[in-house]
Design a protein around this ligand. Structure first.
Ligand SMILES: Cc1cc2nc3c(=O)[nH]c(=O)nc-3n(C[C@H](O)[C@H](O)[C@H](O)COP(=O)(O)O)c2cc1C
Length: 442
């Protein structure tokens, strides 16, 4: 199994003040993150990861106040400098950063990833997302979200350009020959000359080739079109924390898409987003998970849900069925996946529910309560083995959405990891030189 640790939400959604969290240090204090890196590397985890968003949620009631007051998806930062700092206090663990192919330009991004690959010594991954959030899009010149299918077409072209740029300098292009003074071999630097629907890039990248050449690419998207894009762009996929049967469905669909593109499905893992709480006793683990339910008020839950679905749920009538709501969310170009889709699958699209019932589900969805694996190391290792085998015994888990940091990360490293190691499911030392090599290890 491969294990990542996603720290995206640890300073938001009320988690920052839960028992077990840092006191006297708040986001974005870099020393906290250096500690996180050391702890995660002690557990031999493959990578530390963060998602990202670039706007302040403002869909709920047409206002950003709830997001700011309760710290819902706010504040955030570009985490690349923080990951550089983390990489400097570790030697082996990898770092995954999220960027949106809908908003970024591939020349800038390919160059940034090349630089980060140098600084980290070949330990960088880029997670590409298409972004469903109007507040993020509004900062990049969009009055509304780009159409869902077009976002994926842009992502595929974005990755085409990045790959051409990363390949534009051959691995042995640098000479640094003190005797002759020659710096680079012109025969080993190549044009890109890309002219497509979204981008026109001449190339080459003006950087030395980096340790991984092409940094590891991760992609998170669960719709049929998103899965097709995963098969095209991703070395490894970041999968949502859905119910196991839905994850099995995604694995089958991805395998089919990979085969259609002539790729070997065995080489592409899915790292399943896995909210987790581990404790010595089941009672303690469940009590900790329950803390999530009261971590933020209802207004904050509304802000989170509305932001991600591009739909103001404060306007819901007292009773409604999910079919029309799902239709409206798709029409707004957000995503066909997410809470409303999952609820439709669970209770049926035409069953009427009340606002209270919807927000009850919404609270558990927004806090990841429903999908949080909570238990003893033995219970969690059992569940992870079951999920791992059901989804093709490839990839692994992106552990995260923990209740508090560093408390729950320390519990993962000191309780869960040793149990997985005892079962022969997880490494006891790093073997690869780069993140790509560590992720390829069987
Ligand atoms: C596991 C997972 C993690 C995601 N993380 C982010 C993120 O950090 N930032 C973001 O803007 N979108 C994120 N997304 C949203 C995706 O980029 C994508 O826009 C969304 O899932 C819609 O694609 P889909 O319709 O193919 O599912 C994530 C999606 C998944 C499944």
């Amino acid at each position: 199994m491969h294990l990542g640790f996603d720290f995206s939400y640890t300073h938001m959604g009320g988690r920052w003040r839960m028992p077990g969290s840092w006191e006297g240090r708040t986001f974005p204090d870099v020393t906290m993150y250096e500690d996180v890196a050391r702890i995660a590397e002690r557990g031999c985890l493959d990578m530390i990861f963060s998602g990202d968003g670039t706007g302040v949620p403002d869909t709920w009631r047409g206002s950003r106040d709830a997001a700011i007051e309760w710290g819902m998806n706010w504040p955030r930062q570009d985490l690349n400098p923080i990951m550089v700092a983390m990489s400097r206090v570790t030697k082996h663990i990898g770092y995954g950063l999220t960027y949106s192919s809908t908003f970024m330009h591939p020349y800038y991004t390919a160059r940034l990833m090349n630089s980060l690959d140098h600084v980290t010594g070949g330990r960088i991954a880029m997670n590409l997302v298409t972004s469903t959030r109007p507040a993020d899009a509004a900062n990049f010149g969009f009055d509304e979200l780009m159409e869902h299918g077009s976002r994926y077409e842009r992502m595929e072209e974005f990755v085409d350009v990045c790959r051409l740029l990363w390949d534009s300098a051959e691995p042995d292009a640098m000479l640094w020959d003190r005797a002759t003074g020659r710096v680079g071999d012109p025969a080993k630097i190549h044009d890109v000359r890309h002219a497509g629907r979204f981008f026109k890039v001449q190339g080459p990248l003006n950087t030395p080739p980096s340790p991984q050449g092409r940094p590891v690419l991760i992609q998170a998207g669960g719709s049929p079109r998103g899965i097709r894009a995963s098969a095209y762009v991703a070395d490894h996929v970041f999968g949502a924390d859905m119910a196991l049967p839905l994850q099995v469905k995604q694995r089958i669909a991805l395998d089919q898409a990979l085969t259609e593109q002539g790729r070997d499905p065995q080489t592409v893992g899915i790292l399943w987003q896995t909210p987790i709480v581990v404790a010595e006793t089941e009672r303690e683990a469940h009590a900790r998970r329950d803390l999530l339910l009261d971590a933020v008020p209802a207004d904050a839950v509304g802000a989170y849900l509305s932001y991600n679905a591009a739909y103001d749920f404060s306007t819901l009538p007292q009773r409604f069925s999910l079919r029309q709501l799902h239709h409206d969310i798709i029409a707004a170009n957000a995503s066909p996946m997410g809470l409303v889709h999952e609820l439709s699958q669970q209770i049926g699209p035409d069953v009427e529910i009340t606002r209270e019932e919807f927000f009850d589900h919404g609270r558990r969805f927004a806090t990841s309560w429903d999908t949080t694996f909570a238990g003893t190391p033995t219970q969690l290792a059992d569940r992870m083995e079951e999920a791992f085998e059901a989804t093709g015994s490839r990839g692994g888990f992106m552990l995260g959405h923990i209740v508090s940091m560093p408390g729950d990360l320390i519990a993962i490293v000191d309780l869960l990891v040793p149990e997985l190691q005892r079962r022969g499911r997880f490494r006891t030392e790093y073997k690869g030189r780069t993140l790509r090599e560590n992720l390829a290890e069987e």
